[in-house]
Design a protein around this ligand. Structure first.
Ligand SMILES: Nc1ncnc2c1ncn2[C@@H]1O[C@H](COP(=O)(O)OP(=O)(O)O)[C@@H](O)[C@H]1O
Ligand SMILES: [Mg+2]
Length: 255
């Protein structure tokens, strides 16, 4: 099975990370895929659109370093480079944090304008869309690659399938699936699908399978990089390589 997401005529690429449900791992995926691309030498910008519920600053270990956010940019108080914080511990990685104001208008045109402007500075711009509302949708539509994150549980898979179908109808066809929080013995549990069932139900090409890994939870909460040999780190490193177009086998065995 070939699982990659190579694009012809590479230039900077906007990647939107979305899901049909909360808690599936959109922010975790955004942070770790961004770390993975940065580790491969790609200048990477993370843009967090979870207005009022920012978390990427914690996950990247820079919560005390962030001085500005996208809200101040949208209000016209600062320019976008001022709203950008370098992740000092990771070469090539930068973050535009979400505003703390949950009621702020996301203003998709302005956000897409920012992403277009940032293309000249970055190889990859990863947008943690935090979900799909009417305003976030136009941001997703403008992305060259959409990462649909689902867990294998039946509720999450159905919502992922609904969202994926909706996006297809709206001509968002370059979708790839990330199946997250996969436990090695998940087949025993009736509420969970196996990987083939997840892929069949959501109906989009697989880009990666990420195991349930306590390192992911702990390192996310502490803002630390994953230990490189843990199962979660291997899965994200493989996903980053596939985004670059490499044909990398799955990193976990599910029998
Ligand atoms: N593969 C995984 N293994 C273990 N915990 C995970 C995994 N992916 C995400 N988590 C945890 O699940 C919770 C929700 O993840 P998060 O990325 O915030 O979801 P979302 O952004 O979709 O709401 C977090 O506590 C995170 O650490
Ligand atoms: Mg999130």
């Amino acid at each position: 099975m070939r699982i990659s997401a190579r694009r012809a005529n590479f230039m900077s690429q906007i990647i939107a990370v979305t899901a049909g449900k909360g808690g599936t791992g959109k922010s975790t995926t955004s942070a770790n895929v961004a770390r993975g691309l940065a580790a491969l030498g790609k200048r990477t910008l993370l843009v967090e659109l979870d207005f009022g519920l920012r978390c990427l600053d914690i996950m990247l270990g820079i919560k005390d370093k962030v001085k500005h956010d996208i809200g101040e940019y949208l209000e016209g108080k600062i320019d976008i480079l001022t709203a950008t914080t370098k992740v000092e511990t990771v070469e090539n990685l930068y973050l535009v944090c979400a505003t703390r104001n949950p009621f702020m208008d996301i203003n998709p045109e302005k956000i897409m304008g920012v992403c277009e402007e940032m293309r000249q500075h970055f190889d990859y711009i990863i947008i943690d869309t935090a979900g799909v509302g009417s305003s976030v949708f136009s941001v997703i539509k403008a992305a060259e690659l959409i990462l649909m994150v689902t867990t294998p549980d039946t509720v999450c898979v159905r919502d992922g399938a609904i969202l994926s179908d909706f996006l297809y109808v709206k001509n968002c066809t370059n979708q790839r699936l990330i199946i997250n929080k996969v436990s090695q013995n998940f087949k025993d549990e009736e509420i969970l699908y196996d990987l083939d069932e997840v892929m069949d139900s959501v109906g989009i090409q697989l880009l990666g399978v990420v195991p349930e890994d306590n390192n992911i939870k702990v390192c996310g909460a502490k803002g630390m990089p994953l230990p490189p040999t843990c199962p979660g780190a291997k899965a994200y490193a493989a996903i980053a390589r596939r985004i670059l177009g490499e044909d990398v086998p799955l990193t976990i065995n599910i029998n």
